[in-house]
Design a protein around this ligand. Structure first.
Ligand code: URA
Ligand code: SF4
Length: 470
């Protein structure tokens, strides 16, 4: 019988198996021995017979087999290499073999696969990272002792979950580390148990609630609350920190989601419940794009909770940023004047902005307004959509290009289409008009008058629609 040593990886087995099939080795003519298992006793050298099977140059390897074999290969059972070869060999003529669950080989194949899967779930759920700070900065290290050799199988899960962190998982058989800069998984040999990190700034926290902070996969406050009523928490000393920890865990998860997604977005910060009170309460925590960093505060929309008309501006200006209310500066004055002249009932209007933080550049003691980028408008759109959902206006009027881009698409041509009804799912009637601050910036008296006339005419159209809807 031919004996071939197989290094303990799926890839190594695949190489060997491919060669053996090509040469026509029947399973009983070849022994695929596990290279990590020491050979006991003396090896008797045997004359190698010519392989007797048919040579298979282009083996039939069903995808299902390949995927499941990858799991089986991670099992510690030394005989797995022979089993895998036997199943692969038989698949060449028995195409439906994997469906025959009572077959001894198939049953064994399934059993090993199951055990590896279970071990994998365990690893995903129980790996606990410890934070270590060294000269390269922050790094997260975990020590884990899986039953099987599952590090390569488990690694992609962690790479996806913790894409922006530098982390390493050490096990006695093999190690893997992740470099967020290059998005690379680096595999290496195992380490002795003593090397597992002991220093642990978060040890205390883990003891009270193991790993909630760095295991977003397990943070499920709803399920946790369901399982343990809040009134019992105080009686469980190790859980007194839970609400606090959960909050940290949630925001940690949120900021990881943000950093992981290439596009900035407010989505993870927007509560599921779309009522103005809930939205208002959550808004100050938004870090959906970079604009929150420099602004004084976030500026939510204001007005009647079920207003028939919603006016959507661009972003808060200097005054709005300082006072936390939309349209209270010079642009707001223009808007109010037009509304008053038209007899629009302010009680039936809700005003908000496409972007909720002020974007500016500092020039001496002034802060100059800057147009938000399309990516910032998109990032903030979830808030606007949630507000629309809360208020359910029958008419929306976009003030200026930014609001129009947010609700009517990036290519909306404001001056061509202003005042005309737009196709939209956001409300029954959606219009766009010039921004009140454009009126202020008009080139000359005549230009400003013209722009003001546009604004007023389009406001009148929108208001007429509101009165029609009633
Ligand atoms: N301009 C806007 O678009 N919104 C405000 O809230 C103020 C000025
Ligand atoms: Fe969040 Fe909008 Fe502010 Fe960006 S501008 S941080 S998305 S609220």
């Amino acid at each position: 019988m031919r004996r071939v040593e197989v290094a303990p990886t799926f890839e190594a087995w695949r190489e060997v198996a491919r060669e053996a099939l090509k040469d026509g080795y029947r399973p009983e003519e070849i022994n695929l021995a596990d290279a990590t298992v020491p050979v006991s006793g003396l090896l008797t050298l045997q004359a190698e017979d010519e392989p007797q099977g048919a040579m298979v140059a282009r083996p039939h390897v069903p995808k299902e087999f390949l995927e499941r074999a990858r799991s089986v290969a991670a099992h510690r059972e030394a005989r797995r290499w022979n089993l895998l070869y036997r199943v692969l060999w038989r698949l060449q003529s028995e195409r439906r073999l994997l469906r025959m669950e009572l077959d001894a080989d198939v049953a064994e194949f399934g059993r090993l696969e199951q055990q590896v899967r279970r071990d994998l779930h365990k690893m995903h759920a129980f790996v606990r990272f410890r934070r270590i700070v060294d000269e390269d900065g922050e790094q997260f290290v975990a020590w884990h002792e899986p039953d099987h050799r599952i590090v390569p199988l488990a690694a992609p899960f962690f790479a996806e979950r913790f894409a922006v962190m530098r982390w390493a998982i050490l096990t006695p058989d093999e190690c893997v580390s992740w470099r967020p800069e290059t998005k690379e998984l680096i595999f290496g040999p195992g380490v002795p148990r003593e090397t597992a990190p002991q220093a642990d700034e978060l040890e205390g926290l883990w003891r009270s609630y193991y790993g909630a902070i760095f295991n977003p996969a397990r943070v499920n406050p709803k399920a946790m609350r369901a399982e343990m009523p809040v009134r019992y928490w105080k009686n469980l000393p190790e859980l007194t920190q839970l609400p606090n920890l959960m909050q940290k865990a949630e925001s940690r998860v949120q900021s990881m989601m943000i950093r992981q997604s290439r596009q900035p977005t407010a989505a993870p910060f927007v509560p599921e419940e779309h009522t103005l009170t809930v939205l208002r309460e959550a808004l100050p925590r938004c870090e959906g794009c970079d604009l929150f960093r420099h602004a004084t505060q976030v500026v939510p929309g204001a007005g009647a909770a079920h207003a028939a008309l919603m006016l959507v501006g661009e972003q808060p200006g200097d005054q709005e940023d300082l006072q936390g209310e939309p349209f209270i500066g010079p642009a707001g004055a223009i808007l109010r004047r037009a509304m008053e002249e038209l007899g629009i009932d302010a009680e039936q209007v809700y005003v908000t902005n496409a972007v909720k933080h002020f974007k500016f550049v500092s020039r001496g003691k002034f802060r100059l307004h800057q147009n938000p980028k399309m990516s910032e408008i998109s990032a903030c759109r979830p808030w606007l959509l949630a507000e629309i959902d809360a208020v359910k206006p029958s008419v929306i009027l976009c003030l200026g290009a930014s609001a129009a881009k947010s609700l009517l698409g990036g290519t909306f041509a404001l001056m061509k289409q202003r005042g005309e009804p737009q196709e939209s799912t956001h409300a029954r009637h959606v219009y766009a008009t010039v921004h009140p601050s454009a009126v202020l910036r008009g080139a000359d008296e005549e230009g400003r008058a013209q722009l003001y006339a546009y604004l007023k005419a389009d406001l009148a159209t929108a208001w007429a629609q509101v009165l029609k809807c009633e």
